[in-house]
Design a protein around this ligand. Structure first.
Ligand SMILES: [Zn+2]
Length: 302
């Protein structure tokens, strides 16, 4: 089975359309150009206005952690944000959201190119092996030729299926990681705007990692405090200056505000207001200003 150049172009167009649909669904249609949007419409796909990451960011900005009244479903989150005056406005928020959207868009574009070249590689390899076989058996009967076509077709189908499964896994990892960043950045933007008058070295925070047997040693080490079964305390400035672990080797990972590593199930950053102490389970309890200073000094991570 020789797959023609035309077929490869068709495959490329399908991949392109698929990824544009993903971009429009996850990041909102503002990131696509007019032609791309028209193609999607023609193909019968709905384009969405909402950026998934924007909703996650806003949710973490608007709602302080540990509040039982916070929206719990996607529909509730979107409904809350549709109410007038709820969504934070201004350049700084616009910047946070744009950065989140743009970085995920770049990853998606990169993944699109990778998958296209992987699929083209499979098609080419398959063409080559069919061609070699045909050259070696120029006078083979037609039924044998058909058989060859059949077998190479099922081989290529399997390889394409495997590639799609891998791409799906990559995609899940991408979204989880970027969602983690949106959660972390949304919660931190909120803490910063609540502490306008303070230096960020004097703002103390913690994070409650998801706690089950899937939680990795790094997240446990960075965020859990085994001394009293609560969570480690950091200056907000420390977490911010640790930047992002993206591109770092495992042994260089640091506690950060966004995703700690790919596939991490990130939780928001929580502020410890003056006078409060973390309880087992993650809530806060008032202990008074005198005790508080000692508590922070004794438990602070550098
Ligand atoms: Zn982890």
């Amino acid at each position: 089975m020789i797959t023609s150049k035309k077929t490869i172009e068709k495959i490329r167009a399908i991949i392109n359309k698929h990824y544009n649909r993903v971009i429009s669904k996850v990041l909102g249609k503002s990131l696509l150009d007019k032609k791309e949007l028209e193609e999607l419409k023609e193909a019968g796909y709905e384009t969405s206005n909402d950026s998934f990451l924007e909703v996650v960011y806003n949710h973490n900005f608007i709602n302080k952690p540990n509040n039982p009244l916070n929206p719990t479903s996607w529909e509730e989150m979107v409904a809350q944000q549709k109410a007038p005056g709820v969504v934070p406005q201004g350049e700084a928020h616009g910047y946070s959201i744009e950065t989140l959207n743009e970085s995920l868009k770049q990853y998606i574009e990169k993944q699109k190119l990778e998958i296209a070249s992987r699929i083209e590689g499979i098609v080419r390899k398959n063409n080559d092996s069919y061609k070699m076989d045909a050259l070696k058996n120029l006078d083979r009967p037609e039924y044998l030729d058909l058989l060859m076509k059949e077998s190479s077709l099922s081989k290529i189908k399997q390889e394409l299926r495997d590639t799609a499964a891998n791409a799906n896994y990559d995609w899940q990892r991408l979204v989880l990681t970027e969602m983690g960043n949106a959660v972390g950045i949304g919660s931190v933007d909120r803490i910063v705007s609540d502490n306008r008058d303070k230096d960020l070295t004097e703002v103390f925070v913690y994070r409650i990692p998801v706690n089950d047997d899937k939680t990795c040693v790094h997240c446990r080490k960075f965020y859990n405090n085994p001394k009293d079964n609560t969570y480690k305390i950091y200056r907000l400035s420390t977490l911010l200056s640790n930047g992002s672990n993206y591109g770092r080797k495992t042994e260089q990972w640091l506690p950060v505000i966004g995703s700690t590593h790919p596939n991490s199930r990130t939780s928001p950053i929580v502020e410890i207001p003056p006078g409060y102490k973390i309880k087992t389970g993650g809530g806060l309890t008032y202990i008074g200003m005198d005790k508080w200073k000692d508590y922070i000094l004794q438990n602070l991570e550098s």
